[in-house]
Design a protein around this ligand. Structure first.
Ligand code: NAD
Length: 373
């Protein structure tokens, strides 16, 4: 069919299925929802609140959720919502805006809200109170506090553990460096340290701290929780924020922002494994460069799926312990399958993971009257 004016440049066989833009003049509220694909079930994806959030970000993240949920074998499609505004605005104002946005999307049953940058379990409680469809809730109303428990860091540890035989490494004594010592990064460091790994460097937006003899993970977490930056931690040598990229280590964990490693700085990385805690932390070209150098990259949508697996379990009313068992099993199995396929077919891990995810998605789509909804 010839291109028409309603067709987006990025429409493809998987979506996006629905695009909804929300405007409420009374609050000067601007938001949007992209439901990418619901062939496997209602989409789950976070609500991102930021002053500079874009539609393009929303489309990219919705697709990323389709792939992540399919790769994890969850009966959920992918979606994402965005709300313009400073997430640190006064609580009453934030509550009013999030409640209004949830009401605007009340009839969108193909989308289940989750927390993301700028939103948390309290925000999800407001959404649930308005429309009943939210995950990542406070414990008091049936939630599994995934950031407090470290669901994504836990999954990352299991992805790394499953990858070790492919590079001949052991966790005992493995040197790790974490970029972005926040919720994902600090829990990944904690779980890996429990298995004998040594944290040699960590960073946050305020700087990097390094100690080749090993940082005290529990003390560093306490320092962060008390409001400090890792750069002011007493147990190591402080340097600038991006120094963490060049740290010599076995396992490098980006857990901060997208696109932090590009073709311009990828040569600085000195690790055997790059385990992606953040979403799209490496550009495609940088990741391919590492693959050619023999560095094993565990792609975001396989390695950091712990949070969404936990959320999907919460939605089914599964308890914490069983949810964590699901995270461990699914992520270990998927990492092994991805790396085994990649090895057999001579493909980079991301391509092998994409093949796995799209095969699951196509299988779900083939069961439907309409393919993506
Ligand atoms: P967070 O806000 O708790 O932590 C992020 C940390 O990164 C902070 O300590 C911040 O200071 C630091 N940081 C920001 N920019 C940095 C930079 N340029 N260099 C070094 N450090 C920097 O966020 P989070 O929940 O840990 O999420 C981190 C990333 O992981 C995000 O990309 C998020 O989308 C992704 N992610 C999170 C989850 C989850 O369960 N929380 C799940 C999947 C993916």
């Amino acid at each position: 069919m010839p291109k028409n004016s309603l067709q987006l440049d990025f429409h493809d066989a998987f979506g996006p299925h629905r695009i909804i833009r929300v405007f409420e003049p009374k609050l000067d509220l601007y938001g949007a929802l992209v439901v990418d694909n619901v062939a496997a079930g209602p989409s789950i994806g976070g609500l991102r609140m930021a002053e500079d959030v874009t539609m393009e970000e929303c489309f990219r993240l919705a697709r990323a959720m389709t792939l992540k949920n399919a790769a994890a074998g969850l009966p959920h499609g992918g979606g994402k919502s965005v709300l313009a505004g400073d997430p640190r605005m006064p609580a009453a104002q934030k509550e009013e805006r999030i409640r209004a946005f949830a009401c605007a999307l009340a009839s969108e049953e193909g989308y289940i809200f989750g927390p993301d940058m700028g939103t948390d379990e309290q925000c999800m409680a407001w959404v649930r109170d308005e429309i009943g469809r939210a995950v990542g809730l406070p414990r008091e109303i049936g939630g599994i506090p995934l950031d407090e428990l470290g669901a994504t860091g836990f999954g990352l540890m299991h992805s790394i553990e499953a990858a070790l035989p492919f590079v001949g490494l052991s966790l005992d004594g493995a040197r790790i460096a974490v970029q972005g010592f926040g919720s994902v990064g600090m829990h990944a460091a904690r779980f890996l340290a429990e298995k004998g790994a040594i944290l040699v460097a960590a960073s946050d937006s305020g700087g990097t701290i390094e100690n080749s003899g090993g940082l005290d993970v529990a003390a560093l977490i306490a320092h962060k929780r008390a409001g400090g930056s890792v750069g002011t931690f007493a147990g190591g040598r402080a340097s600038n924020r991006d120094a963490v990229i060049a740290i010599e280590c076995d396992i490098w964990i980006p857990a901060a922002r997208p696109d932090v490693v590009t073709i311009d700085n990828v040569d600085q990385l000195q690790a055997r494994i790059v385990a992606q805690g953040a979403n799209i932390p490496l550009t495609e070209a940088a990741e391919m460069q590492l693959h050619k150098r023999g560095v094993l990259c565990l792609p975001d949508f396989i390695a950091n799926a712990g949070g969404v697996i936990c959320a999907a379990m919460e939605y089914r009313g599964v308890g914490e312990t069983a949810a964590f068992t699901e995270i461990a099993n699914r992520i270990a199995r998927n990492t092994d399958e991805m790396l085994s396929r990649g090895k057999a077919d001579g493909k980079a891990p991301r391509q092998a993971a994409l093949d796995m995810a799209t095969a699951r998605l196509r299988a779900a789509m083939s069961t439907r009257r309409w393919s993506i909804f």
